[in-house]
Ligand binder design. Structure first.
Ligand code: RP5
Length: 174
């Protein structure tokens, strides 16, 4: 992890969520955004969760990401305890394939918002990007990195289209 003071806190309900939540971490690392990571459960360790969140703002964190599966209350509980923006990542941890966590996160009642991403690894990557976008509103260098990232992605799509054109010709369809 970077030696700079963390700006983003990545929380997850279980170490079993790590493989998904590491995707947020990879994105933040790519954009050189310092972060920290903690396992804390809204249900199994409610006090630990509240203590961590209450100290977050004081310690200089600007955004919190909360990933959890099943009856996923983590993001909502976190948002209830802080004024920091909270990004939620639903995780596929049960026979409901993450739909349970998605609904628990996205259906927050009015007043305590959480920004809910898609289920799983793509959602976790987007959580990292979204956190970076929030921070970029006050950081021109980070903003430039995000602009470059978006440009590279667009160039990637054009390359994919070129490959499809080649393939359809090779397949003798046009
Ligand atoms: C949630 O319950 C965690 O976020 C995890 O996704 C799920 C299952 O936890 P484990 O039983 O795998 O620790 O709190």
């Amino acid at each position: 992890m970077s030696e700079k003071k963390p700006l983003v806190g990545i929380m997850m309900g279980s170490d079993n969520d790590y493989d998904i939540m590491v995707e947020s971490a990879k994105v933040l690392k790519q954009f050189d955004v310092p972060f920290e990571m903690i396992v804390s459960s809204a249900h199994r360790t409610p006090e630990r969760t509240v203590e961590y969140v209450r100290s977050a703002e004081e310690r200089g964190l600007k955004v919190l990401i909360a990933g959890a599966g099943a009856a996923a209350h983590l993001a909502g509980v976190v948002a209830a305890e802080t004024m920091l923006p909270v990004i939620a990542v639903p995780i596929d941890a049960t026979s409901m394939r993450g739909l349970d966590a998605l609904l628990a996160m996205v259906q927050m009642p009015a007043g305590i918002p959480v920004a809910t991403m898609a289920i799983g690894a793509a959602g976790s990557r987007n959580a990292g990007i979204f956190a970076a976008r929030i921070l970029a509103t006050e950081d021109k260098v980070l903003n430039a990195r995000l602009v470059e990232f978006k440009r590279d992605m667009a160039a990637g799509v054009v390359k994919k289209s070129d490959r499809v054109q080649k393939k359809i010709q090779e397949d003798g369809l046009i």
